[in-house]
Design a binder for this molecule. Structure first.
Ligand code: SAH
Length: 223
């Protein structure tokens, strides 16, 4: 998989790709992530990338020319499955969308800032709009990092135990069951006996029941 992230603040994006599972996926060449600084495509001496909104009002709007030039340059190099704009009025991201998008080969992610991008960018270039939840952040970089983490961990070979992503919350519309590790007894607070029993079938049944119960209680909407 190849991901190009167009951003005005590459520094905001770096750290999530330099640690843990995502870092290892990049090292194993299972995914390539490329940050493109939109400022390099800015207009004039000051590399301008934004302007005040037509019709007045607060805040600045990201202009179409630098974004268009950047996306056109990228599209000349490869064919993209999706050109995604991170935006609070997009489709709310979930595990099903992560599963689908993890099968893409090439993706562009566009991070907005200020009041967002000129609407014509969305009309002319964007194939999908994704929100990470019903709240507004200052920029698309954190949403892009969250999106990338969610899809990269699903790529074959990224998680050491292939079944591990499948047992996470939401994969079967159930929340994950509780997990425990050593010590088996922490100051009198004990791990459920069943988990120490060695009966794998009973353990699997117990975990499924716990998942169901937790989902009924916390997220009945998923059932
Ligand atoms: N004026 C816009 C918000 C702009 S926030 C509106 O009310 O819809 C600035 C940028 O942050 C957006 O362009 C987008 O890229 C990013 N952003 C903010 N909240 C987001 C969210 N919940 N999901 C995805 N991207 C978001």
């Amino acid at each position: 998989m190849h991901i190009d992230i167009i951003t005005l603040h590459p520094g905001l994006l770096e750290s999530p790709f330099q640690h843990s599972i995502v870092k290892r996926a990049i090292e194993k060449k299972l995914v390539e992530v490329n940050f493109i600084n939109l400022r390099d495509y800015g207009l004039g001496k000051y590399k301008q990338v934004d302007d005040s909104p037509f019709g007045g009002g607060a805040g600045m709007v990201m202009t179409i020319e630098p974004i268009a030039k950047c996306i056109e340059e990228l599209k000349a190099q490869r064919t993209y499955d999706e050109i995604i704009y991170m935006t609070p009025d997009g489709e709310v991201f979930n595990q099903a969308a992560a599963n689908t998008l993890s099968m893409a080969k090439n993706i562009i992610l566009l991070c907005g800032h200020y009041k967002g991008v000129d609407e014509r960018v969305r009309e002319l270039f964007i194939t999908k709009e994704i929100s990470i939840g019903d709240y507004v952040l200052s920029g698309g970089e954190l949403p892009a990092a969250i999106f990338c983490d969610a899809i990269i961990r699903l790529l074959p070979g990224v998680l050491s135990d292939e079944t591990s992503a499948l047992s996470d919350s939401f994969q079967d519309n159930l929340l994950a069951p509780p997990v425990y590790t050593r010590p088996a007894d922490y100051k009198g607070s004990k791990v459920p006996d069943i988990l120490l029993s060695g009966h794998q079938k009973q353990i699997d049944d117990w975990r499924h029941e716990q998942s169901l119960e937790r989902t009924k209680k916390r997220r009945p909407d998923l059932l």
